[in-house]
Design a protein around this ligand. Sequence first.
Ligand code: COI
Length: 354
Amino acid sequence: MIDILPIHTQRTTASRLATLDADHLEFGKLFSDHMFVVDYRDGEWQDAQIVPYGDMTVSPANSALHYGQAIFEGMKAYHQTDGGVALFRPLDNWARLNSSAERMCMPTIPEELFMQGLSELIRLDAAWVPDAPGCALYIRPFMFATDGFIGVRPSDSYRFIIFTCPVGLYFNKPLRVRFEQKYVRSAEGGAGYAKNAGNYGAAMYPTKLAQLEGYNQLIWTDASEHRFVEESGTMNAIFVIDGRVVTPALSTSILDGVTRRSVLQLARDMGMVVEERKVSSVEVMDALAAGRLEEAFGAGTAATIAPIATIGYEGQDYDLPVPGPNAFSKRVAAALEAIRNGQAADSHGWMVRV
Ligand code: COI
């Protein structure tokens, strides 16, 4: 196993930085100049390089394309008030990537290789980190199988890449979501906790049906009874009921979100009661009807804190109260933003300077 792998850097001769329009950033459309690439062959990671972002050649027979042996992460780097750049909880993403890798029979990445590739890439493309409020450099680490072989077995070779995109808000207004009570994102014992590509591909059709009905996202429910909340779209779901922060407990079917974890920590820091447990759709709708559901929001790296304005349930839409200036979702979003930009003390040691 390697500790430090030399990274060969080939800088772009045609930077696209001038096309960066920080006032009109759309999520995931513009990519920074470089990407980090490293291959896994013969049982070890090798040929680490930073190269200009661009297309690449892969075998059309690779098992990522045929059988979904592909995993990814989503993380962000933030502009600091003193002009520097810092990553938010990168080791949490590294650990989750490796947990996904294990579930998908893929090799894990050593911490040093992940952090070294990431830090060198972000340093090189530091000018791409937007500094407007709410903006950040979204970082997409991912790994996929590369063997040219269509037998169904884990690939022997893999490629790990990190590329980045300057981004603004993923959702620009409060969300309309509805409980999904027919389709399933993931079942207990499945791979829902892993960030593997297939979880997202399989969610597209039910999500599209909901979007045709005017919703932005679904609230997924459990596979066996469709009673309990799992996640909301690409985010973890968090509710404030009677002043308590309530969210589904983690399981093999729920992604262990880094934003979710951070929100719960900040809630505890603020002295709030946090309950990680089963949350049924009936509990949420009863609390809404009784005026006890104060807030509902999604939490995710891309989505940040995305307030929910309307919930669809059994064919009817129900509006949530409009969050006031002191709403938990607003306070926690501001607290996170202040830590991420270096304006507030980082008392949990979440930020890593590059
Ligand atoms: C993220 O929040 O980073 C995600 O993975 C959501 C993404 C699929 C847009």
